[in-house]
Design a protein around this ligand. Structure first.
Ligand code: EPZ
Length: 422
């Protein structure tokens, strides 16, 4: 397993390119199952999660060709010769559940392994299932799999989510495009990745309204065509790299970044005293002199502060001037970065869903353990500011969501290298 070594204390300067969004691409790819025509995705990120989704779709019979070193994917699902998403693949990546809705909508049957939990929480899929049942699906849970059928095809229905779910919104939105009649989805997630999915489905011929409002209306059609669609920029990668100069000083432009996708996060950077400006090249970020200001953060569904940036801003607040609180409202166990940051000298107390961070002057480098994708990168960020060397182990977590993090940070002056493990 590879590790990454960061030596802190070097201010950054230069440009960091922002890739296409992992969490958009992971829902755009299963959309191929809705049509027998080719779907081409451009600006695709090169990540291990995308490779896993590629493996899953190929196992169902989708042909996938990759061009421009993986940046352009063409997916063709002429005829699916397998309707079972196997546990061995699904257990590696929860987003695999997103093949359920489209496969069921297109062929009237689908069997998908239940994904099981992950490091940050139990992460059930009950909302996915009840939403599909509202469209007429018959579901049976057996041997760890969801066996779904839709005799006579799905029909439009009303879905009212009791809590906001990104994945469940994506699953039922895709299914509804081929359902007979009208579907109304209330309390739908409003994340930019949902908006991007709706744009792609509309290019394929779907009839969708309201994707950014929380109430989505879909008029089912008989079939969808192929399309070519650019994957939206990754707002979580953007926020992550904006924190690099914020944490260790300097000025960086995140190329292709759009602060409109992370307004609540940018408000917190402004409150911390970090300079943020949208330019025609991307998002320019600078850390002026003096310590960052402490603050309170509460994660919320979009347009609130994204849970996927909570670990990263905690790394910034570890050296803030004062005491900060972070309240994680989306997942039940998303503070695993806290004890690792504490190994670097951070003073963090976790009680239930709230972490209290008392800022220290400076962190000290130490060997630390990555536990999940966003916790991993928060340790890298902390290492950029820490005194001495930080060794982050198990960086396979990182590779799920960040392309060559050591190259992107190294290019703007960070002292960082990947060490191949045994
Ligand atoms: C998506 O996960 C993202 N993953 C997550 O990003 C992100 O943290 C999350 O949305 C919230 O924004 C992808 O898009 C691939 P949810 P998802 O359904 O869809 C509960 C990353 O780091 N829930 O919005 O799985 C659930 O347990 C990843 O890139 C149910 O109870 O998240 C959670 O508490 C991590 N029943 C809350 O809802 C369900 O059926 C929000 O989950 C579904 C979800």
């Amino acid at each position: 397993m590879d590790s990454i070594v960061v030596t802190g204390g070097t201010p950054l300067s230069g440009d960091i390119p922002i890739a296409g969004a992992k969490n958009a691409c992971l829902t755009l790819m299963p959309a191929t199952l809705l049509t027998d025509a080719p779907l081409t995705l451009t600006n695709a990120p090169r990540l291990s999660d995308i490779a896993t989704m590629t493996t899953l779709l190929r196992s169902l019979g989708t042909e996938i060709t990759s061009m421009q070193e993986g940046r352009v994917l063409t997916l063709s699902s002429h005829a699916l010769d397998n309707h079972v998403a196997d546990y061995d693949i699904v257990r590696k990546m929860r987003a695999s559940i997103l093949v359920l809705g489209p496969m069921l909508a297109r062929d009237g049957h689908a069997t998908v392994s239940l994904p099981g939990g992950c490091a940050i929480g139990a992460r059930p899929v009950d909302l996915h299932l009840t939403a599909l049942e509202a469209l007429g699906a018959k579901l049976e849970l057996r041997d760890g799999y969801v066996h779904a059928t839709a005799p006579g095809g799905l029909r439009g229905g009303k879905v009212t989510f009791p809590l906001v779910s990104v994945g469940a919104t994506e699953n039922v939105l895709m299914a509804a495009t081929l359902a007979k009649g009208t579907t109304v989805i209330e309390n739908a997630a409003r994340e930019p990745e949902i908006v991007d999915l709706a744009r792609c489905l509309r290019r394929m011929g779907a009839r969708i309204d309201g994707e950014a409002t929380g109430t989505i209306t879909v008029e089912g059609v008989d079939r969808l065509d192929g399309a070519t669609h650019p994957v939206v920029a990754d707002r979580i990668e953007l926020g992550t790299y904006m924190l690099a100069p914020a944490i260790c000083g300097g000025e960086v432009t995140c190329l292709g970044g759009d602060i409109g996708l992370i307004g609540a996060f940018c408000e917190k950077l402004d409150a911390a005293g970090i300079f943020v400006e949208q330019t025609d090249r991307g998002v320019h970020v600078a850390r002026r002199n003096g310590r960052v200001r402490a603050m309170d953060v509460e994660t919320r569904p979009f347009p609130g502060f994204p849970t996927d940036l909570q670990a990263q801003i905690m790394a910034l607040l570890c050296t803030a001037d004062g005491t900060s609180t972070l309240h994680e409202t989306i997942f039940e166990n998303r503070f695993m970065h806290a004890p690792e940051l504490a190994r670097m000298g951070a003073r963090i107390e976790v009680h239930g869903g709230t972490a209290t961070v008392r800022g220290v002057e400076r962190l000290k480098g130490a060997p630390v353990m990555a536990t999940d994708l966003r916790a991993s990168v928060s340790l890298i960020l902390a290492g950029l500011a820490a005194e001495g060397e930080t060794l982050v182990n198990r960086v396979y977590h990182l590779d799920r969501g960040y392309e060559h993090v050591e190259q992107k940070l190294g290019a703007v002056g960070a002292r960082i290298e990947r060490v191949s493990g045994t």
